[in-house]
Design a binder for this molecule. Sequence first.
Ligand code: FEO
Ligand code: CA
Ligand code: CA
Ligand code: CA
Length: 592
Amino acid sequence: AEAQAGPVSSLGFQALPHGVGTRDAVPEGYEVQVLMRWGDPVLPGAPAFDPANQSAEAQAQQFGYNNDYLDFFPLPPGDATSEHGLLVVNHEYTNPELMFAGFPDARAARRGTSEAQFRVELMAHGASVVEIRRENGRWLPVEGSARNRRITGETEMRISGPAAGHERLRTSQDPDGTRVRGTLNNCAGGNTPWGTVLIAEENFNYYFGGQGVGTGPQAAAWKRYGFVGTPMYSWHRFDPRFDLAREPNEPNRFGWVVEFDPYDPQAVPVKRTALGRFKHEGCTHAVSADGRVVLYMGDDERFDYVYKFVTARPWNREDRAANRDLLDEGTLLVARFHDDGSMEWLPLLHGQGPLTEANGFRSQGDVVIEARRAADLLGATPMDRPEDVEANPVNGRVYVMLTNNGNRREGSTDAVNPRAANAHGHVIEMIPPRGPGGVDHAALTGRWELFLMAGQPGVTPGASYHRGVGGDSGWLSCPDNCAFDSKGRIWISTDGAQAAAKVADGLYAADTAGEGRALTRRFYAAPTGAEVCGPLIGPGDRTVFLAIQHPAEERGSSFDTPSTRWPDFQDGMPPRPAVIAIVKTDGGVIGS
Ligand code: FEO
Ligand code: CA
Ligand code: CA
Ligand code: CA
């Protein structure tokens, strides 16, 4: 048996062993409740899931594919202890090789899907809102709730902020550049103090193809955002808006953060362009000492950046409606880290420094549309794939999950990305200054520290967890998302550990202070091929909700021969991405 973290950690559970299996696992004393699966009915009257007879019409009413970000909005609103509320779930992308019969692998499926299957996939993207409650210890959806909602790749949305109406956002379907159909590749997200949700569009380049690639005046921007070569999907064969040659501006309408009110199923979602256009992993908030709201964001690409957005005004606690357009005015900033442990935030403001017409920026609209190129010119620090960036409400530090970067070379390491060929990633803490009113998240300077260097201590060069040492059974690989419980402990989910370290992805917990600082412990093991998303600590710290994404996504695995049939394990039933609730069987506090 491996050594446990022992009395130095505040965590009371026995760490799970490393390994890969067809089933998932939790420590003794905990149970997994499957809450929502791909295809489960969401809207009132939705048909039951029938994997052999899928249709776009049915999928538009059912739970989407590849659940990612999770959030919970209590009922009644504001009741922080209520175990009744609205579960918000992102549906990031689709795996046609696991959704539909007859494809040998992912490549064949993405090239060979029919138009009818494309329509199913489009409807399987977006987000779901599902009313849930806990009864007799068990979390269950409230079937057919009128509060439920599906947002898809076709849901009409508004565009606001500095890029709204910009000529580079105008298309034949939307000559004004202010309305857009759908949201795609919503990865993680966040929320606002006024109770709206923020869902983040990430790898939007996957969806656009056609002969326009690499030509025309937008060629540099297309290259910077990855519109090169063959797209992952072949949607441009079925819908001209995904064809770069026919609608060269359509991709400029994706890559944004989308805000919507989960309590109002009719609310029109809004793409908030002031927050910049890049491959948004998530968008989490902290309230700065003066009441302004700060949104932390990672751009998940090798050598891309960490951003934050600071609202121009404090949020209004008395009048929810007064915050409706708060995210349209403010400053977008990008991080530069120095080797001495200091850092600064550089504003992306049109007309300042290099962000001028001479460099192709004629307005703030141009700056946000090409936020990556603006940040390049400002000298931001290229990072090892910044995923979740999230403030710990207990200690005020902001944690950045840097998932990995196999392309970093010896000559390009620095103190904040210290490892070449970084296969397992690391986690850093950004430390904003403190003022008399609290943590100044809006500050233009700060400090940073390494929290952990992932990988297996003694095996992976540089792996380090606790005061420069390791040796615990809870080592992890490829940190992706995180959450904090009310004690300020961090819960980290992983994406890619199975490829990087032959260990199923999972969820790990650690103290952030004291003797147990950064001594991660393995709490959940995903089924083979899956990644673990959306860690969400439920009301009263009595539940951990997880989004288990793409079970059975691996070489040689398909609808017909999946590597696991998690979570149903029934013949003919494919593996299904699903949201689970993990509770303690004695009803106690998670991690106690
Ligand atoms: Fe969708 Fe960066 O993971
Ligand atoms: Ca993912
Ligand atoms: Ca992610
Ligand atoms: Ca990831």
